[in-house]
Design a protein around this ligand. Structure first.
Ligand code: UDX
Length: 438
């Protein structure tokens, strides 16, 4: 929304939320999200054509286009628990709009949702509507965290799905005209509602599948003395495969991949396609395997026990350049190591201590096994091993000679991101293990 405000000075954008604290943060100097370039864009437009408010009803009444951008987490209860998307927040938004709107509206699904959610929104609107028209569009977001602003400024495509009626087509054109302020027309794809909704889930499933595929091969590389980065480079040169998204890692995280793949699995099961469901579910199974394989490798290498040993964890965010920890591989790895009675000292340049503690949800008695540091050197001091779980650039520049001196020997280093130069670290004296390389 900040980028729309920046690129379309003639459009007034109001972001509303029922959470006063969050809106206050958006109106303050310290925004609630860490994302490169976002601060400047928000500060540039805030108070001019970009507003943050808790006055939800007023924003609904005054707006012509309403984006529903609430979260749709994996359902944790009842039918579909663990797989289906929980649509309660989307439904609450639709009901609030239905109860407040008094004139024509275009409602845009920005949240990632299962196929045919637009139907639910339309039904709710139809029940209460009197004499104005409502169009529901699907306009999924493809930005990735850490590169959000550049992805928004220069998207691969904008996808808009709508009803195949005159009103539907008009609504699509209205929304397309917003993006046309900065996106070339040939990058704006217009489809029917269901294609658009399904494309978002499919895109994330394909991306997650690529990572699980290369991670599966990483296990085979370790068994055969091949090097997964060399394999990735070799296959990525095939223009049909391409070089991106082939980085083997400790496992993918983030708010989207697991949730959306499971959502797709649930949809396939719901529509009576168990073979298709099983196929996609393996993408998540492989990711879980990769995370636990990493921890098991640490335990095995440290002479089959980490009990009472200090392990430094460098990086907790699910990827670099974000403070987001949702579904981060670090949660599983740290939890498993704590179960194994290791003492963890965690350092991440952006994630706050309170968030790490909340994510790890430690039981009574486990708290003393965890310390959080604001300096990587103290985190590593006296440790038996270091595990790199996020590919932060600063980890490439650390004084590993000094770190090595201050560690217990043999000094182990597990590079969950294949970030560091193995030869250089070996020459310092580290026992180093990467992913998919010997
Ligand atoms: C993803 C999609 O890329 C984006 O289009 C969608 O809108 C939201 O979900 P995001 O989760 O922000 O974006 O980050 P992404 O860069 O896709 O990384 C996801 C996870 O995969 C991270 O944990 C990352 O470290 C991991 N990853 C990514 C790998 O392990 N290897 C890779 O080659 C790429």
């Amino acid at each position: 929304m900040a980028v729309i405000a920046q690129k379309c000075p003639g459009i007034e954008v109001t972001v509303v939320d029922i959470n006063q604290e969050r809106i206050d943060a958006w109106n303050s100097d310290k925004l609630p999200i860490f994302e490169h370039g976002l601060d400047e864009i928000v500060k540039q437009s805030r108070g001019k054509n970009l507003f943050f408010s808790t006055d939800v009803d007023r924003a609904i009444e005054e707006s012509e286009i309403i984006f529903i951008s609430v979260n749709t987490p994996t359902k944790s209860y009842g039918e579909g628990a663990g797989k289906a998307a929980d649509l309660k927040f989307v439904e609450l938004c639709a009901r609030r709009i239905a109860g407040t709107a008094k004139n024509d509206k275009i409602i845009v699904e920005k949240s990632t949702i299962p196929v045919r959610t637009a139907e639910m929104i339309k039904r709710i609107m139809q029940e209460s509507q009197t004499d104005f028209s409502v169009q529901v569009l699907s306009n999924p977001e493809f930005l990735a965290e850490g590169t959000a602003i550049q992805d928004l400024h220069n998207p691969d495509r904008i996808l808009i799905g709508g009803e195949e009626t005159k009103g539907g087509r008009q609504a699509i054109e209205t929304l397309a005209s917003v993006y046309e302020a900065w996106v070339p027309k040939d990058k704006i794809i217009k489809t029917n509602l269901w294609s658009s909704e399904l494309s978002k889930l499919t895109a994330n499933a394909f991306l997650a599948q690529r990572i699980s595929s290369i991670n599966a091969i990483s296990a085979l590389c370790e068994a055969t003395q091949a090097d997964v980065d060399e394999v990735a480079q070799a296959i990525g040169k095939d223009s049909r495969i391409g070089p991106k998204f082939l980085k083997a890692s400790v496992g993918f995280g983030g708010s989207c991949f697991q949730k959306d793949v499971l959502n797709l699995v649930y949809l396939c099961e719901h529509f009576g396609l168990p073979e298709v469901a099983a196929y996609w579910e393996k993408v998540v199974t492989m990711n879980n395997y990769q995370k636990s394989r990493f921890t098991k490798n640490i335990v095995k290498t440290l002479f089959n026990t980490v009990s009472g040993k200090k392990i430094a964890i460098l990086g907790f965010a699910f990827k670099k350049d974000t403070n987001d920890t949702r579904e981060t591989a670090a949660i599983s790895v740290c939890r498993d190591l704590i179960e194994e009675q290791a003492n963890l000292s965690v350092y991440d340049p952006e994630v706050k201590e309170s968030k790490i503690r909340k994510d790890l949800n430690l039981k009574d008695g486990e708290e003393r096994q965890l310390t959080i540091h604001d300096d990587p050197y103290t985190a590593c001091e006296g440790s038996h091993a270091i595990a790199i779980l996020t590919e932060w650039d600063e980890f490439k520049q650390l004084d590993y000679q000094g770190i090595f001196r201050a560690m217990e020997k043999p000094a182990f280093l597990f590079d969950g991101r294949n970030l560091l130069n193995i030869e250089k670290l070996r020459s310092i004296g580290f026992q180093i293990r990467g992913i998919g390389r010997v």
